[in-house]
Design a binder for this molecule. Structure first.
Ligand code: IPM
Ligand code: MG
Length: 389
């Protein structure tokens, strides 16, 4: 056995552990959530991303600017356009987020972010970390909120995906110990599990949701998922009016398809990777990932995005102009609600429901059989303006 390689891996592992321990300490010191109402000026950063990102982000920004026009005119809200979060720039500097872009992001309070391309092995790009994942970690956006609703089927789900730990915490720092042995790491901290569980239960209480389901694979991934489950259950005890149940991720994916059972689920709280996977499945019931937005919430910053990626295949096939902006528009609804603009959030949500489900004057298919992204954006704008009158 080559002990040199093992010792090298142990040394790398030691560094990872120290960094994670430091992160856990930082979480403990984190103060309260920002109070947006108390700010003199709220800065909304807008990053188009790449692939279909700029086209769909543009539609969401357009509506936001319309709905927030009075505050912008009064200087209470400022939009800050942030360029440079493109795969070309990220590849050129070999970083998930270029330093100047990160500095700009940190000047904002909330961010509207289009999808960004995540390099895969075999791509022409260096295999750098995903910009989403890096941003969630850099800005400590620990909660990923993903609502999915299909009213006519009684589906009303809100997923609270832990967003900075699990398999993602050091997902780009796994070790090739030898040519034949590769190891990745899954991380859970008590602080990390507590804060996501607390947010899920608080949300359930505030929104009168009767059930919180804790989803893990704690029968197999005993240590980290075990910690997640136990911690969330303990937090649940502080909310006696809410039913807590727990499920393993495999059977949960099956039960989402079970028409008789799936309506019972309301709020889910789950580790990062399971949350990633199951929210794509869940979004499919609502019309696909193109219809689903996502809020990434931290104590200091918040970022709003689509749940999907940059769809390089659509761009390659020349179909980017037919991309569905609804995911980013739903993200805009969450942004508005998060900064305390609930009336505007409700208005946009109502307009989207009209355009997507009830009136449905035109539909997006992702190809030339449907309308373009801009046409749909115009339709949403018109509907918003009608409702605002
Ligand atoms: C998501 C996406 C990202 C993730 C990718 C693009 C890195 O799938 O936001 O769900 O895995 O979190
Ligand atoms: Mg995903």
């Amino acid at each position: 056995m080559d002990m040199t390689k093992i010792n090298e891996a142990v040394a790398s592992f030691e560094k990872l552990l120290i960094a994670q321990q430091e992160r856990a300490e930082r979480i403990k010191q984190d103060k309260d959530f920002v109070d947006y109402e108390s700010l003199d000026k709220l800065i909304i950063g807008v990053c188009g991303g790449d692939g279909i990102g700029p086209v769909i982000t543009h539609e969401a920004e357009r509506v936001l600017r319309f709905l927030l026009a009075d505050d912008v005119a009064a200087g209470k809200i400022v939009f800050n356009e942030i360029d440079g979060l493109t795969i070309e720039n990220r590849a050129a500097v070999g970083k998930a987020i270029p330093d100047d872009v990160l500095a700009e992001l940190k000047k904002c309070h909330v961010i509207l972010k289009g999808p960004t391309t995540t390099p895969r092995a075999g791509d022409p790009w260096p295999n750098i970390e995903s910009a989403n994942v890096a941003m969630r970690k850099e800005l400590d956006l620990f909660a990923n909120l993903r609502p999915v609703r299909v009213p006519e089927q009684g589906i009303d789900w809100t997923f609270f995906r832990e967003n900075t730990e699990g398999g993602y915490a050091v997902g780009s720092q796994g070790l090739h110990v030898t040519d034949d042995l590769a190891v990745d790491f899954v991380v859970a901290t008590s602080e990390g599990c507590e804060r996501i569980a607390r947010l899920a239960y608080e949300y359930a209480r505030k929104n009168k949701k009767e059930r919180v389901s804790i989803i893990t694979k704690a029968n197999v991934i005993k240590t980290t998922d075990g910690k997640f489950l136990k911690t969330a259950q303990k937090i649940g005890e502080e909310y006696p009016e809410i039913i807590t149940d727990d499920w393993y991720i495999d059977i949960t994916t099956a039960k989402l398809i079970d028409e008789k059972r799936r309506r019972d689920f309301k709020v889910f709280v789950l580790p990062n990777l399971y949350g990633d996977i199951i929210t794509d499945e869940a979004a499919e019931f609502q019309g696909g990932v193109g219809t689903a937005g996502s809020a990434n919430i931290g104590k200091k910053y918040a970022m709003f995005e689509a749940i999907h990626g940059s769809a390089p295949r659509m761009v390659l096939e020349g179909r980017d102009k037919f991309a569905d902006p609804c995911s980013m528009l739903r993200a805009a609804v969450m942004l508005l609600s998060h900064i305390g603009k609930q009336a505007e959030a409700d208005l946009l949500e109502q307009a989207l429901d009209i355009c997507m489900y009830t009136e449905k004057k035109m539909s997006i298919t992702g190809r030339d059989t449907g309308c373009t992204c801009t046409e749909f954006g115009d339709y949403v704008m018109e509907t918003v303006k009608k409702l605002a009158k």
